[in-house]
Design a binder for this molecule. Structure first.
Ligand code: SF4
Ligand code: SF4
Length: 232
């Protein structure tokens, strides 16, 4: 219903599925029928995705957003025809950029893995209503995006502090936390999508979870040492 519903995950999933281009059509900016103005969000999201595409070596012209009213069938036909023609000129995704299929799959997988984190880190910036082309230009910089990837955080449960209350394991959206009754909990770093939920729900009195930035995560405690004995 609304272009504001288009998530970066939809865009990168389409590319991962071999689509050569992604087109998003939204209502004219500032003419939202409701109060949400989700099309500004769509624009902002596209600008962010384009920078991420550059970061992983993809031509950002493979992604386009255009705004038009439902009465402008002629505009829709023109922009879609133009987009299809330009995408054909670009050639097959990855191949045209000199990236092998395997490498492209791996780069897209890394981006998709980090999308919840990226959305969280950029949430304030994503709310902005960019009113002019000048405001779009440079809204997200290459340095900012490079940093986003190089300084991605990790989450760690301190085995000395975890009291096995199980809150984090219950709330983790991707079942990345291994634990159970009476067991020190451990985060599976490969599964973790860095959503920050566990840090928010771990009771303050335990404070067992920390965010690690640009540093290695300590090895997980061995399975045989995870049982919490009474009094600990
Ligand atoms: S940050 Fe915590 S809750 Fe979120 S995915 Fe990672 S382990 Fe799960
Ligand atoms: S919420 Fe905190 S104390 Fe509870 S199991 Fe998770 S890490 Fe341990």
């Amino acid at each position: 219903m609304c272009s504001g519903r288009v998530d970066p995950e939809f865009v990168f999933r389409a590319f991962a599925n071999g689509m050569d281009g992604v087109f998003i059509g939204g209502c004219i900016l500032n003419e939202c029928n409701y109060i949400t103005h989700g099309n500004y969000h769509a624009l902002n999201m596209v600008l962010l995705c384009k920078k991420i595409m550059e970061h992983i070596g993809l031509n950002p012209d493979r992604l386009r957003v255009e705004f038009m009213s439902s009465g402008e069938g002629n505009v829709f036909v023109d922009v879609v025809n133009d987009f299809v023609a330009k995408t054909r000129e670009l050639g097959p995704i990855g191949e045209a950029e000199g990236i092998s299929k395997e490498e492209l799959a791996s780069r897209l997988a890394e981006v998709r893995h980090l999308i919840p984190y990226i959305k969280q880190v950029k949430s304030d910036k994503m709310q902005a209503r960019l009113e002019s082309k000048e405001a779009y230009e440079g809204y997200y910089t290459s340095d900012e995006i490079d940093k986003l990837f190089s300084e991605a955080v990790s989450y760690y449960i301190d085995p000395e502090k975890c009291k096995a209350c199980m809150m984090c394991g219950r709330r983790c959206p991707v079942e990345a936390i291994d634990g159970g009754k009476g067991l020190i909990h451990v985060i599976d770093q490969d599964k973790c999508i860095k959503c920050n939920t566990c840090l928010e729900v771990c009771p303050e009195k335990f404070g067992a979870i920390s965010k690690i930035v640009s540093a290695p995560v300590p090895d997980p405690i061995p399975v045989e040492a995870r049982a919490i004995t009474k009094g600990e």
